[in-house]
Design a protein around this ligand. Structure first.
Ligand SMILES: C[S@@+](CC[C@H](N)C(=O)[O-])C[C@H]1O[C@@H](n2cnc3c(N)ncnc32)[C@H](O)[C@@H]1O
Length: 403
């Protein structure tokens, strides 16, 4: 299970390209392909109704979230060994247990609840609540906003089975509350929001969108306009350069900031500050697809059956939060954050002599912390209002100035 390692390689060696031809993807079942063909037909209909072209962001939204058919909306197994990729909470309970220490610190400041965005299988909620109960610092409520009805059902089933004594604390939201006093958390949620694609040729910015051929979708460019053109122009992209721009991720941060009365936003994801994200060598962007633990670069393959994702421009996230009046409370690597929050002490609670329990936990800690795995590529950013800084996770090695 090494998709994140592949992501890491692509991120640091942008000249490397992955294609499904040489990456030997396993063939989906006939049933799965039939669902994908239904989604392709829906996408083709939308493209036709819009004059033969849609933005890549709209394509990604349909491919991931079209009701009943999109990757996150349909019933396929996504996380873990039997799925397509592994996230930190799926990899190890140490992740949620360590994050809980940071959340306990925020709750101790009188912030009453936790809101989790995009809770996936529900494992992060389960491990965070388990650890907060052990610390005697349970929140008044743990609310989850999940766009996928299928995942919401899975979260409910998991929490009921592994944490029945605390399941009553958990509520599911249909939309963001108007007023928020909470620690809002999101692990690998920003990277699942739809992105636009742009191209710069000698200062002419085009938007790389999507058209339909008989068999599949294909790239198609046209002049960029509106907010996207303005965002691209402000980046002063190198010549002959293609990249992704997320309008949705900063917009989500702005929306949260407008509702946040007191508390913080903690986002964990893979990405860089703008200077690295838009590095001249990363001239074809960071778009990446995952299917059965293989990473490749063709988002038009089997719509609805594979994950599509792009790295995060953390400068844009920080900029949106600050512009909306929040404080930037910290930005650092996942490794530094977890170490600051005490992951090594947590690991040490299991005696090394108890090899059967200790060895797997130590291997998981290595994956979470190693610079060659998730430790450096993944970052943690905190923005907030009315919360005392520094937060424990950023007490050492804060890199806010790099944003
Ligand atoms: C890559 S998965 C990560 C899941 C989980 N946080 C984890 O780390 O395993 C992305 C999750 O975000 C959800 N999601 C995407 N857009 C969302 C939005 N606007 N609001 C809430 N959840 C969203 C998806 O349905 C999915 O549960």
């Amino acid at each position: 299970m090494i998709p994140r390692k592949l992501l890491f390689i692509l991120a640091y060696y942008p000249a490397v390209t992955f294609s499904h031809e040489n990456n030997a993807l396993p063939q989906p079942s006939a049933d799965a392909l039939a669902v994908s063909r239904q989604l392709q037909a829906l996408i083709n209909t939308e493209i036709a109704s819009r004059g033969g072209w849609i933005s890549f962001a709209r394509f990604m939204e349909l491919a991931l979230y079209a009701p009943g058919l999109g990757y996150y909306s349909a019933g396929s197994r996504k996380f873990g060994a039997a799925g397509d990729f592994v996230t930190a909470p799926e990899l190890s309970p140490l992740f949620g247990h360590t994050l809980a220490r940071q959340l306990a610190g925020v709750l101790a400041q009188g912030v009453p609840e936790i809101i989790e965005l995009g809770a996936g299988s529900g494992k992060l909620a389960a491990t965070v609540l388990e650890a907060l109960a052990a610390l005697g610092q349970l929140p008044q409520r743990y609310r989850i906003l999940e766009v996928s009805a299928d995942l919401r059902e899975r979260q409910q089933a998991l929490l009921q089975s592994v944490l029945p004594q605390h399941a009553g604390l958990v509520e599911w939201l249909d939309r963001l509350p108007e007023h928020i006093s909470a620690a809002v958390i999101g692990n690998e949620v920003l990277d699942a929001l739809p992105v636009h694609r742009v191209r710069n040729d000698h200062g002419n910015i085009s938007e790389i969108g999507v058209t339909a051929t008989e068999a599949a979708c294909a790239w198609s460019t046209r002049p960029a306009a509106g907010a996207l053109a303005a965002a691209a122009a402000s980046l002063q992209l190198p010549d002959d350069y293609e990249t992704e721009i997320s309008l949705a991720a900063p917009a989500l941060v702005t929306d949260l900031a407008q509702r946040l009365e007191r508390g913080c936003l903690l986002f964990i994801d893979y990405g860089f500050p703008a200077r690295e994200f838009f590095h001249p060598q990363r001239n074809r962007g960071t778009l990446m697809c995952h299917y059965r633990h293989r990473a490749h670069g063709d988002p038009f393959l089997w719509p609805g059956l594979q994950d599509i994702t792009a790295h995060i421009d953390f400068s844009a996230i920080a900029g949106a939060g600050i512009a909306a009046g929040m404080d930037l409370l910290g930005y650092t690597s996942q490794a530094q954050f977890l170490i600051n929050c005490g992951i090594t002490a947590l690991l040490a609670e299991t005696p090394a002599a108890d090899v059967a329990r200790y060895a797997p936990l130590a291997a998981q800690a290595q994956q979470l912390l190693s610079p060659a795995e998730m430790g450096e590529l993944f970052k943690v950013i905190a923005l907030g209002r009315g919360v005392a800084a520094p937060l424990q996770g950023f007490s050492r090695g804060d890199k806010s100035r790099s944003l």
